[in-house]
Design a protein around this ligand. Sequence first.
Ligand code: BTN
Length: 262
Amino acid sequence: MTLQNNTFSGLFVGQNLVSLTEVDSTNNFLKQSLANSTPLIEGTVIMAESQYAGRGQRQNQWHSQPGKNLTFSILLKPTFLPLNRQFNLNVAISVGIIKAIEKVLGPNAKIKWPNDIYFGSNKLGGVLIENMVQGSQIKNAIVGIGINVNQTIFEDGAANAISVKQILHKDYELKALLAEICNEVEVAYLMLRSENFEPLQAFYLQKLYWLNELRPFAANGITFNGIIKDVNPNGLLCIETNNELIQYNFKEIEFLNKPTPK
Ligand code: BTN
């Protein structure tokens, strides 16, 4: 079912909104539609009330109680972005989501590198970006976003999950939050497209979870205390430990929640 709508004040993100009752994963649905050569305009949003095979990062599953949360995917076409700057899209998307969340929850929302959405030390949402590369261009980017909104009971596997309702103690209208996120993502994406990246990068860093704090990590089976100092242009996390700055990719580093013994 395709809805024409006026709730979305932006130019293109969310203007074509496809609302599904149930699907395996909105990212898969969008990928499949593109593979079937269905012409879809940039900014198309696929949202679902329920996903029976929602996917997260690191091959994880994404569980979400039907009808309670936002699970949606945005189609973007960042053909202007060089492949070695793919991470800039993650930055823009994270910034857009945080700006929208701040309007609802105030200034305590954080970005846990690379692009988890945190509130305090709890996970409020996640982002799964899948880029479809052709030659040296990103032809399509499928930006999957899951935000815990009105769910209040989470399974054991999602022990540190939190929702908007748990913070505000009242239900929040899903469509209103969706519109806010779409509008802010569009603003950030347009900045990225017009090569106005510095403010996005600065905001991303300013909101980075554990930035400049001595915290416990694990890498290669070794636990250590370190300080996140930066995220480099390739998206690697720069951690200072023993006066050395080491860069890690997503698979190499784990944030530990318990302090390591000294
Ligand atoms: C993560 O934190 O691991 C990323 C979670 C991303 C979940 C969203 S929900 C909408 C879209 N469809 C999916 O299957 N995954 C993303």
